[in-house]
Ligand binder design. Structure first.
Ligand code: GAL
Length: 655
């Protein structure tokens, strides 16, 4: 199977989405000149070109793309060619209204933006496949082509009739009989029993709370329906160019796609990362997405998109201060990226994203953004030979799962303040600030390589996942679980006793009497720290070790944190410092050390292969002790004993 190594060949890919159809062709010459000067070696073209390629049904306008690919090839710039199927032209919706998705209220999602396609529409799939076929036949052997990019950020839902039919077919495959579906969905509640498959619809707008398992299955179905679209196009391009790897770009921690599942069908795993430059923990977010994507890829991965300056989808959109783009880009390399690309090459002057930055901003060649992009290109060129293809090792893993996230997002829960993605982030932050290298893992996945496994919050756990966690501890691993973990089974049915019995046994919990969610801003004393968000009324088993107890209030004296051997349970969300301390203690006990001891706050150390990346996420210079003698790959020369990193400074040290 072709993979990222076949494309990089010792160079880090550097470039971005290139949408030259927005510009007169004279500008293309200037584009390639600036690309060459910045060291750009890879651009993604065609992502939103459907209307240009097929201006009316069945027409093909390939001339401009021929000229573009030839031009790029002539300048030695590799092309990631996208199938343009994320944004159908207006004619498709006008001639075939059934290709347009419907929202939960039954309203049509119209053209005039992008992504207005129903994943289940036969007509959409037909037109998407036909254009993909012709594109692949024409360019599959083009010498500029290095990989295929299918669609763009698959992320749409459809509650319409064609989707309803596909949903029913999906359910029939999953449950086989209506009895099994009724049982799984608990339809005895509120008179929801289905007597015929035809009665089943997507969870559309309803009077009151919806059936949670129906909603969960609809999310599972949607992820699978989108995956079918991806696979159909992937199979076409692979038929024409079996030598080229295929990817589709994920959104980071995006709820709509089970990325674990999807990644198995990609030759290259790529992701779009847009941390808020004003977020003091932007670096932690970037690290987390890197760790997650690396584990989905089982190795080097690709930043398909990031912003060289501001985005324009937040309420307030901040530019990146000088140096931050470089820092975050090199941080992604440290976390395993072998491709650093941007949305987009040249900032648009029209359209909905004209205030979203590009590698060449409205300020042009002399603007700070392009000048910094150029410097970054030079840095990446220096690192390429030493870094590409190498491994970023970790002894700690965070367990993350889409099914559990989907089940967790619903109405009718005890607290609408519990947000899965924030919990994942809080726990990853604790590990990141503790300087512990971290992987991500699936609940049913292989855990044996880790000394410590943490489960921030998996409300839903399949039986296989429970068995996997138990086996991990039985084999000597240390497991730390966060609150409300293991409460439901695969059908979102609450487990007897409020937590899986095997897990209660593991942690030393005799009974879960009640869950006690906390109000926003409310905290609860837990001995040396304060808990937030949630607390639990637990009764410990006799031989459980109570690590911390609640103080004051209704839970006074009851266990907040407890363990039995290597199985730890934290029944609240400790404040950040306390969670970091707790996880540091577990790691130390398990023999896991930070990458580098004694680093000041805001300085990160990452090992990749035999390189040591040092990253200063702060605005003040820091001096660091680095024992031994190293080659400084970015700065040149050698480093002996210590190094100073300036604001947002990065050093990459080789033995
Ligand atoms: C991504 C998308 C790009 C662009 C970018 C802006 O979601 O793939 O086309 O819209 O965001 O940040």
């Amino acid at each position: 199977m072709p993979d990222l190594n076949d494309v990089t060949r010792g160079r880090i890919l550097f470039g971005g989405d290139y949408n030259p159809e927005q510009w007169p062709e004279e500008v293309w010459q200037d584009d390639v000149r600036l690309m060459k000067a910045a060291g750009v070696n890879s651009v993604t073209v065609g992502v939103f070109s459907w209307a240009k390629l097929e201006p009316r049904p069945g027409a093909r306008e390939f001339g401009w793309l021929d000229r573009l690919l030839d031009l790029l090839h002539q300048h030695g710039i590799g092309v990631v060619l996208a199938t343009p199927t994320a944004s159908p032209p207006p004619w498709l919706g006008r001639l075939h209204p059934d290709t347009l998705p419907r929202d939960e209220h039954g309203q049509i999602v119209w053209w005039g933006s992008r992504q207005q396609f129903s994943h289940s529409s036969t007509v959409y799939r037909h037109y998407a496949a036909a254009l993909t076929e012709d594109l692949a036949a024409r360019y599959g052997e083009h010498p500029a082509l290095t990989m295929w990019h299918i669609n763009n950020e698959y992320c749409t839902y459809d509650w319409g009739d064609e989707s309803a039919r596909a949903f029913r077919a999906w359910l029939q495959r999953r449950y086989e009989t209506l009895d099994a579906l009724n049982e799984a969905w608990g339809t005895a509640f509120w008179s929801q029993r289905y007597d015929s498959w035809a009665e089943i619809i997507p969870p559309r707008r309803a009077q009151y709370l919806k059936n949670p398992t129906q909603v969960l299955d609809f999310k599972r179905f949607t992820s699978d329906a989108l995956l079918e679209c991806y696979l159909a196009e992937r199979d076409i391009v692979t038929r024409h160019s079996p030598h080229l790897p295929v990817t589709t770009n994920f959104m980071p921690l995006w709820t709509g796609q089970d990325a674990w599942e999807w990644a198995q069908h990609e030759d290259i795993v790529s992701v779009d990362i847009y941390p808020d430059p004003k977020d003091p923990l932007a670096g932690q977010f970037n690290a987390m997405i890197g760790d997650m994507t690396r584990c989905q890829a089982h190795g080097p991965w690709m930043v398909m998109e990031q912003a060289a300056g501001p985005v324009n989808f937040r309420g307030i959109n901040h530019p990146k201060p000088r140096g931050l783009n470089r820092l975050l880009s090199l941080q992604s390399v440290a976390h395993g990226a072998d491709a650093i690309c941007f949305f987009q090459w040249r900032q648009s002057r029209q359209g909905a994203e004209k205030f979203h930055s590009g590698m060449v901003s409205h300020a042009g060649e002399h603007g700070r953004t392009y000048q910094e992009v150029k410097e970054l290109g030079a840095d990446l060129a220096r690192l390429g030979p030493a870094v590409t293809g190498t491994h970023t090792p970790a002894q700690v893993a965070v367990v993350h799962d889409w099914d559990s996230w989907w089940a967790d997002q619903q109405g009718g829960r005890l607290s609408d303040q519990v947000r899965y993605e924030e919990l994942i982030r809080a726990w990853h932050r604790a590990l990141w600030e503790a300087g512990l290298a971290t992987d991500f893992a699936r609940p049913e996945g292989e855990l044996g390589a880790y000394r410590v496994v943490v489960v921030p919050h998996l409300y839903l756990l399949t039986d296989a996942a429970v068995e996997n966690l138990l086996a991990y501890v039985a084999d000597g691993g240390s497991l730390v679980c966060g609150f409300h973990t293991g409460a439901a089974d695969a059908d979102d049915r609450v487990r007897e006793g409020g937590m899986d019995g095997r897990l209660r046994e593991l942690f030393g919990i005799r009974t879960v009497h009640e869950w006690w969610p906390l109000d926003p801003g409310e905290t609860v004393g837990c001995g040396t720290f304060r808990g937030t968000l949630w607390s639990e009324e637990l009764e410990a088993a006799e031989d459980a070790e109570v690590v911390a107890s609640y103080e004051g209030g209704e839970l006074d004296g009851l266990p907040a944190v407890l363990r039995r051997g290597q199985g730890w349970y934290i029944s609240t969300l400790p404040e950040p410092d306390a969670l970091r301390e707790l996880l540091t203690t577990v790691a130390r006990e398990a023999g896991v050390r930070p990458v580098l001891d004694g680093l000041p706050a805001g300085v990160e150390a990452v090992r990749r292969g035999d390189l040591l990346f040092l990253l200063n996420h702060g605005r003040l210079p820091v001096e660091l002790a680095v024992p031994g003698t190293h080659r400084d790959l970015l700065g040149g020369g050698t480093v002996e004993g210590s190094i100073t990193l300036g604001r947002y400074g990065v050093a990459v040290l080789a033995p």
